[in-house]
Design a binder for this molecule. Sequence first.
Ligand code: GAR
Length: 216
Amino acid sequence: MSVRKRVGVLISGNGSNLQALIDASYEQEYPAKIALVISNKSNAFGLRRAAKAAIPTCIFENKAYSNRENLERDINLALHKADCDIVCLAGFMQIFSQKFAETWEGKILNIHPSLLPSFKGLHAQRQALEAGVKITGCTVHLVTAKVDDGPIILQAAVPVMDKDNEASLSARILEQEHQIYQKGLAILATGLIQIKGRRTFIAQASSNMQHQAFSC
Ligand code: GAR
């Protein structure tokens, strides 16, 4: 296997998507390794997950910074110090500047709990329930400076059940997030993505990764 890409994962909370990436990286053939976990919350549970997996962590709390530029500078420094090739946002609740997004252009991924471009921003699952859609889901996409924007790499659909509330729908979407995030990272890490405008194309070798069936 060629050298694994080194990944910095940015979190703010529970870190279940981080866990999914850590678990995937234990597979011998997985093309990426989690080299660093950064949190902007010192009490994020994901930090414990990282410690358990012996992954170095950094905490950069917003309140310690007078401006976003300095915060992003320190995040960037930490990522470079850890030799990260790729950045994964995993429930990282902060918007990046154009400069940061450009620095990592094509190398930074996000997971969002809706079928983008629907329901961007906070409480995407609540937005889906309020809009009355029958199908929602989750999206892995490349990050731009716009919130929950950027070329889509993978999506998984999740039907909305009559009995769903925000918690039950979020839980079923999260199961799918854990599946597609590690696949999306593998696709990026193996350099299989071609980007044309807003569309991404995945090279033959992983074409089975392109389509997510209804699996719930
Ligand atoms: C996930 O549902 C993720 O999609 C969402 O935050 C949650 C984090 O859960 N991210 C966004 O809404 C980004 N716009 P986790 O900490 O258990 O991975």
